[in-house]
Design a protein around this ligand. Structure first.
Ligand code: DX5
Ligand code: ZN
Length: 219
C-alpha cells in the first residue's frame, strides 16, 4: 500500500486567513484538503459551502474533498463539482437515496465517498464498497471539531478494513475526528490510510503539527 496521507480539515483553521493556512499545509506536505459542510439540520452546526471550495481551488493544487453533513446531499452535488471538489463524501443517514447520490457524484466525474456515523451499522459498507472510491469512518459524532475519538471506533475500523480487503481492495479508508499525535498510530495500525485532522493541524504551527503527526505513527 502507498503511505499514509494527511487530510487537514479546514474547519479548525483561522477563517480570516484560510488561503494562507491551506498553503502552509500544502507546503508542509499534506496530501489533500478536507472541507466540512454543515447545514444546522443533519448536524447542529453551520459551516461552509461551495464558495469556500471555489476559493480554495484557486490557492492550492491539492485535491479538495467535500464532506457533506447536510440533509439530502444529492441536491448539492453539481454545485460542489462546479466549485472544483475532487471527491464528495455523503452519509447514508442523510438521504433515503444514498446509492443514487453516489451514482450522481461519479456521473460528475468525481470520486464518490461514503461516510458512516459512529452509531451506524457497517452493513452499509458491505453493500456499497463496490460503488465507492473512498470509505470514511467517523471516529466522533459529526458536527464539531476538537472532540475526543470514540474508543469503539477502533474495532469498527478493523472490521471495515476486513470488508475493504474483501470487497474493494484499492479503496482507501479514511478516519475523521479526534485524530492527533496520541491516536494516529493506533488508527494506522487498525487500517486507516488517510487521516483527517483539524485541531491537530491548525491549532498552533501548521508545519510543525503535520511533522509531529507523521512522526507519531513512525513516518
Ligand atoms: C466533524 C468533522 C471533522 C472535524 C475534525 O464533524 O467531520 O472533519 O473537523 O476535527 P478534529 O480533527 O479537531 O477532531
Ligand atoms: Zn469531516
Amino acid at each position: 500500500r502507498q503511505s499514509i496521507q494527511i487530510a487537514p480539515s479546514v474547519l479548525a483553521a483561522d477563517f480570516a486567513r484560510l488561503g494562507e493556512q491551506v498553503a502552509e499545509a500544502e507546503a508542509a506536505g499534506a496530501e489533500l484538503i478536507h472541507i466540512d459542510v454543515m447545514d444546522g439540520r443533519f448536524v447542529p452546526n453551520l459551516s461552509m459551502g461551495p464558495v469556500v471550495v471555489e476559493a480554495l481551488r484557486r490557492v492550492t493544487s491539492l485535491p479538495l474533498e467535500a464532506h457533506l453533513m447536510i440533509l439530502e446531499p444529492e441536491r448539492y452535488v453539481s454545485d460542489f463539482a462546479a466549485a472544483g471538489a475532487s471527491c464528495i463524501l455523503v452519509h447514508p443517514e442523510a438521504t433515503p437515496n444514498v446509492h443514487r447520490a453516489l451514482q450522481l457524484i461519479r456521473e460528475h466525474g468525481l470520486k464518490a465517498g461514503l461516510v458512516l456515523n459512529p452509531g451506524t451499522p457497517l452493513t452499509y459498507f458491505e453493500n456499497l464498497l463496490p460503488e465507492i472510491e473512498q470509505a470514511l469512518l467517523m471516529t466522533v459524532n459529526p458536527g464539531f471539531g476538537g472532540q475526543a475519538l470514540i474508543p469503539s471506533s477502533l474495532e469498527r475500523l478493523e472490521r471495515l478494513r476486513a470488508l475493504r480487503n474483501r470487497l474493494n481492495p484499492t479503496c482507501p479508508i479514511e478516519v475523521d475526528g479526534g485524530v492527533n499525535t496520541e491516536t494516529a498510530l493506533e488508527l494506522v495500525r487498525r487500517g486507516a490510510d488517510i487521516l483527517v485532522a483539524g485541531s491537530a493541524v491548525f491549532k498552533g504551527e501548521v508545519a510543525r503539527n503535520i511533522q509531529a503527526l507523521r512522526e507519531s505513527y513512525g513516518a
